[in-house]
Design a protein around this ligand. Structure first.
Ligand SMILES: Cc1cc2nc3c(=O)[nH]c(=O)nc-3n(C[C@H](O)[C@H](O)[C@H](O)COP(=O)(O)OP(=O)(O)OC[C@H]3O[C@@H](n4cnc5c(N)ncnc54)[C@H](O)[C@@H]3O)c2cc1C
Length: 201
């Protein structure tokens, strides 16, 4: 099935993007969209992080728990978001319908792709080489990278989120970046009318 959006990466930015898109399920302009996330988490910087400085998180929260619980939150609240487990993206190629994303196991066609795979220079996804530059907001000796973008947009229908979008590595900034991309997409689907999703008491 062709997708409307495929998010790549199950870390802070990717899961946040998926949760905000999922939360728009009752909006007319979003309810029929096919959305998926490649929930690869093995190399997430959350794997060995410990959080004391994040508003709303109990001090001592483990990043590894956030990874597990984030996937559960997504499947419990927004089961229409397809989670693609145990796959790693190897290439992203443009075609007339959008992008073909190839993993180690399958190919996916998607109109829009959101790349949220973190800012390590170990990135091996073919098709992204021409956008890779030194990270503008990280210590030089760390050799971090970003994908050159303007306000998260790399080129038509290709977005980047999280540390790889050029943000400094703080959990809330990565989550905010993923949410930002999600609301940009919702705004586009809503004919350009600015959109957010709030639940109320
Ligand atoms: C030890 C440590 C402690 C930290 N402590 C704090 C702290 O106290 N406070 C704070 O605010 N921040 C902290 N951070 C920073 C925080 O964890 C990061 O800013 C945040 O995880 C970045 O989110 P991201 O989505 O950009 O990347 P990540 O969370 O790293 O997510 C990237 C995801 O992409 C996946 N991926 C990679 N390659 C592929 C591929 N080819 N195909 C599919 N998926 C792929 C990875 O498996 C991963 O799940 C800490 C980080 C570390 C390492």
């Amino acid at each position: 099935m062709p997708l409307d959006v495929l998010i790549i990466g199950g870390g802070a930015a990717g899961l946040s993007c998926a949760l905000v898109l999922g939360s728009a399920k009752d909006k007319d302009f979003a309810k029929d969209k096919a959305i998926a996330i490649v929930t690869h988490q093995k190399t997430s910087h959350l794997q060995n992080a410990l959080f004391n400085n994040v508003l709303g998180l109990q001090p001592g929260t483990l990043g590894s728990d956030i990874l597990k619980e984030g996937k559960n939150q997504l499947s419990d609240l927004y089961p229409h978001i397809i989670q693609i487990d145990n796959e790693k993206v190897v290439s992203i190629m443009k075609n007339t319908e959008g992008y073909i994303v190839q993993t180690n196991k399958a190919n996916y066609q998607s109109k829009v792709v959101v790349v949220a795979v973190g800012y390590t220079n170990l990135i091996t996804i073919k098709g992204l080489e021409k956008y890779i530059e030194p990270h503008p907001r990280a210590a030089k000796e760390k050799d971090r990278i970003w994908l050159k973008n303007t306000d998260h947009l790399i080129e038509d229908n290709l977005y980047v989120a999280g540390t790889l979008a050029g943000w400094r590595s703080q959990f809330t900034m990565a989550c905010g970046s993923g949410s930002h991309v999600a609301t940009d997409l919702l705004t586009l689907w809503n004919d350009g009318k600015h959109t957010k999703v709030h639940d109320k008491t």
